[in-house]
Ligand binder design. Structure first.
Ligand code: ATP
Ligand code: MG
Length: 836
């Protein structure tokens, strides 16, 4: 789903890395165009024919038929099969590019001339008629089919040919036939592809519009049920007000994307694909908020309508109804709070600007709202307009550009072209062997941020390449002459394993021995098999609504995310652990079957995952009743795992829980640590046989003692206050008490307040004490009448604190100061007293 073109999945075949199983393919796939090279997001809803997610129909030839047949069959399908009127159809052909040494695609034009008058065949430039996946990779000229869906009157006024590729909403491209014949290299030059490829893509929704004689995708039966439901829920009508219509289209479109994404296990989040989905959802919420007056979660109420119309073709959205609704609602609620906070922040900014006599909000303020708080810029602008304010757009653009540059620098990857050392295809032997003889097929250098490394493709590789949550293998590459190079990771690219190294071997042509780091691989396999056992146990304990939503398997731990709507209790977790560990002790041998036809695997009861794409033949991993489709590495026997221990359980999103667990040696280490801690505690309790009982007793005793001590202190404080008052010196008619010597700070403070209670007038308490560690403390308490006569405790302690090299303060009636120099305490006492 997170691909923006049909060809991504076939890239390795197109590049000639893998031979195709079939040379002719037709397909239908969900396609997202919301970020990167193809980003239609900002158009969606404003126009009537771009979607965030659409269904892309395609046909393919890998070294089989080429331009002639592709064009013939496209025509046959549209005109003979579907019955579109040839008079409405236009074709574009590549006009050529002298700079690249490419001439006009006369060949394609000649095939179109069999069907279309010259006035319906239009030359197109490189931008429209030369298809490229990215900066490098397969590319070639293309020929688009456009259709004119305007009314006869409009057609009479302006010929359709003038409107092709001019962003007219009723003269649109429906099908693109791409003739891939080049590979664009890193230096931008073109080289011919090993086998020529046909890649066509047709938008299902646009085709519907043409077939149903509508002028907008949203008027076809793909979207009308959703538009009706939105109108019903919001009490607004479609087709009466421009912005209401836009909002309804935005919502009708975005709900599909959000629901399918969640069903495919891609939840809204803070990074990467998750962030893309979050932004789409927020865009929909924002339109519902501003133009449909929806102040509460709204989108989730549309999921049932979506399921009614698409649930039969895509059962995953039906099966995951509850999860999709929960996640959507939670995201909506949280963004609505953001909107409210943002509006408050903006109101403050407006008020501040007004106070300063300004009518403009700075670009930085708007950017912070947008970037940090996810507050949409157009909403900022709208609110500013309503308040007679403007935005410093240039300032905002500057901030935006700076942030984009930061993101680009962080993500920029530069790679040289692949350099071929030996010809051939890679064979993966890592399920059976941890070491194998190999040759280098290709390599290249990659620069990313401050990292530099090499990617090496081997003829035979035992290294498992990162996939399905399992991390890639590390290990070594040893040449015949004894040079050893470290392989620090293995990634998967276009279906093949790519070894990552920090340097290249001196002799690239020779024979190597590729060896996997065995300890790490074993630990990883233990964790992967444990994941399967836990998955099964979770379903047994919690119910079959538990579905895998994410997984990470490394040598250190396993992480497993699954759908479940409340916290898993400690008792349930323990049950899960017990079931899984029983399977470990049963020492069940691995039953591994490769190349099982997918239907057969399903018939065996194998658990398959939504959002995971499986080929016709799959690998089935079975340990007793645990049967999964899985490409990962696994232990020979569950007994190898030793033991499984769940170490944490948490929530990662609405309706999704995560457990982390460890196995084998890590469990042993963890038990050692727990045992050491317990022994340490027992030793402190004189190795009492009942540690918990002894500890409980000690805690109770401690509480008892504390209570007694507090009682004691209270009594002592009362006594001291009385004695001190009785012995107080009278200076100018005021009672002045001076407390010196070693005293508990708490006691001093309490004495001061008790003195005030006992003698609320004409009384001063002065403390010049040291605590048990010898640190000096000055304390002054003055009764209210003294304060009224102009004395100030705070000023007094501050002045006297100079003698003890310290400082402090407080209220006019009570203040304290600490210090560093206990030897000055007598001098400080004298200073305090001198105030009277
Ligand atoms: P446009 O110029 O209309 O954006 P495009 O050149 O981006 O189209 P292609 O990349 O050639 O389109 O994709 C092939 C087909 O996919 C198009 O002919 C169209 O039918 C469909 N398509 C492309 N983008 C979208 C979209 N955002 N929503 C729906 N359908 C689309
Ligand atoms: Mg486009």
């Amino acid at each position: 789903m997170f691909t923006n073109a049909g060809m991504n999945q076939f890239k390795d075949i197109i590049l000639g890395n893998k031979s195709p199983k079939w040379t002719r393919v037709t397909d239908s796939q969900k396609c997202l165009r919301v970020s990167g090279k193809h980003n239609d997001l900002e158009e969606v809803g404003l126009d009537t024919y771009h979607h965030t997610m659409f269904e892309m129909l395609g046909n393919w030839s890998f070294g089989d038929y080429f331009k002639k047949e592709a064009i013939e069959w496209a025509w046959e399908f549209l005109v003979d099969v579907l019955g579109l009127d040839p008079a409405d159809l236009y074709a574009t052909v590549f006009e050529g590019s002298p700079a690249e040494g490419l001439s006009r695609d006369d060949e394609a034009a000649s095939y179109w001339e069999q069907h279309l008058p010259a006035s319906h065949i239009i030359n197109g430039n490189k931008h429209d008629n030369f298809w490229e996946m990215g900066d490098t990779g397969p590319c070639g000229p293309c020929s688009e089919i456009h259709i004119d869906l305007r009314s006869p009157e409009e057609k009479a006024k302006t010929p359709g040919a003038e409107l092709v590729n001019k962003d007219h909403p009723q003269v649109i491209e429906i099908w693109n036939l791409v003739f891939m014949q080049f590979n664009r290299k890193a230096d931008q030059s073109l080289e011919p592809l090993p086998a020529k490829v046909i890649d066509t893509g047709m938008g299902f929704e646009r085709l519907c519009m043409a077939l149903q004689g509508k002028q907008s995708n949203y008027d076809t039966d793909v979207f009308t049920p959703m538009i009706h439901r939105i109108a019903e829920l919001s009490g607004k009508k479609y087709g009466e007000d421009h912005m209401t219509d836009v909002a309804m289209r935005v919502i009708a479109d975005h709900v599909r994307t959000i629901a399918f994404s969640i069903a495919d296990s891609q939840l809204p989040g803070n990074a990467k694909a998750g962030y893309v989905i979050r932004r789409i959802l927020r865009r929909a919420v924002r339109y519902a908020y501003t133009f449909l007056g929806q102040r509460e979660a709204f989108l989730y109420k549309l999921i049932d309508t979506l399921i009614d119309s698409m649930g039969e073709a895509y059962p995953e959205i039906k099966q995951q109804r509850e999860l999709i609704m929960k996640v959507t609602k939670e995201e909506e609620d949280s963004f609505l709070r953001t909107l409210e906070n943002g509006i408050k922040m903006l109101e403050t900014a407006i008020a501040n600007a007004r106070k300063a006599g300004k009518t403009e909000i700075s670009g930085t303020e708007a950017f912070v709202l947008y970037d940090t708080y996810g507050f949409p810029l157009d909403l900022t602008e709208l609110i500013l307009k309503e308040n007679g304010m403007t935005l410093d757009q240039a300032g905002f653009d500057k901030e935006m550009a700076a942030q984009k540059a930061r993101a680009r620098n962080a993500a920029a990857v530069e790679a040289t072209d692949w350099l071929t050392v030996n010809d051939g295809e890679q064979e993966f032997v890592g399920y059976d062997k941890l070491s194998t003889p190999a040759r280098i097929l290709r390599y290249r250098q990659v620069k990313q941020k401050n990292k530099e490394y090499y990617q090496i493709i081997l003829s035979a590789t035992p290294f498992y390449a990162e996939m399905g949550g399992q991390v890639g293998d590390s290990g070594t590459l040893t040449s015949a002459d004894g040079e050893t190079i470290e392989v620090f990771d293995t990634k998967r690219e276009n279906g093949i394993g790519v070894q990552l190294t920090h340097k290249l071997p001196a002799n690239l042509e020779g024979e190597f021995t590729a060896t996997v780091n065995e300890a790490a691989r074993r630990a990883t396999s233990c964790n992967h098999t444990a994941t399967h056992l836990l998955h099964e146990a979770l379903r047994e304990v919690l119910g079959t609504h538990v579905e895998q939503k994410g997984s990470f398997v490394s040598p250190d731990l396993l992480r497993f995310d699954f759908s479940h709507f409340q916290k898993v209790t400690p008792e349930e977790l323990r049950k899960v652990e017990h079931i899984a560990n029983r399977k470990v002790r049963e020492a069940i041998a691995r039953d591994e079957r490769r190349n099982v036809p997918i239907d057969e695997a399903r018939a065996m009861g194998a658990m398959a995952l939504f959002g995971e794409k499986y080929g016709d033949e799959v690998r089935v991993i079975r340990y007793g009743s645990s049967i999964e489709l899985c490409g990962g590495t696994h232990v020979d026997n569950t007994g190898n795992i030793g033991m499984i221990k769940i170490v944490s359980e948490s929530s990662i999103a609405a309706g999704i829980r995560r457990i982390e667990a460890i196995t084998g040696e890590k469990v042993e280490n963890s038990i050692d640590k727990i045992t050491d801690t317990l022994h340490g505690i027992a030793a402190l309790l004189n190795n009492a046989p009942d540690v918990v009982g002894a500890l409980k007793k000690a805690i109770e005793e401690n509480a008892e003692l504390r209570k007694e001590a507090e009682e004691h202190i209270k009594e002592r404080v009362a006594e001291m206050a009385k004695t001190l008052l009785n012995n107080a010196e009278t200076i100018n008619g005021n009672k002045v008490i001076l407390l010196t010597g070693k005293q508990l700070p708490d006691v001093v403070k309490n004495v001061a307040f008790t003195v005030r209670n006992l003698s609320p007038e004409a009384t001063a308490f002065l403390g010049a004490t040291t605590d048990m560690a010898g640190k000096p403390l000055l304390t002054v308490m003055l009764t209210n009448d003294l304060v009224e006569h102009g004395l100030n405790a705070s000023a007094m302690v501050r002045e006297a604190a100079k003698a003890i090299k310290g400082g402090g303060g407080g209220q006019p009636g009570f203040a304290q100061a600490g210090g560093k120099d206990g030897s000055g305490i007598d001098a400080a006492a004298a200073l305090l007293k001198a105030n009277f």
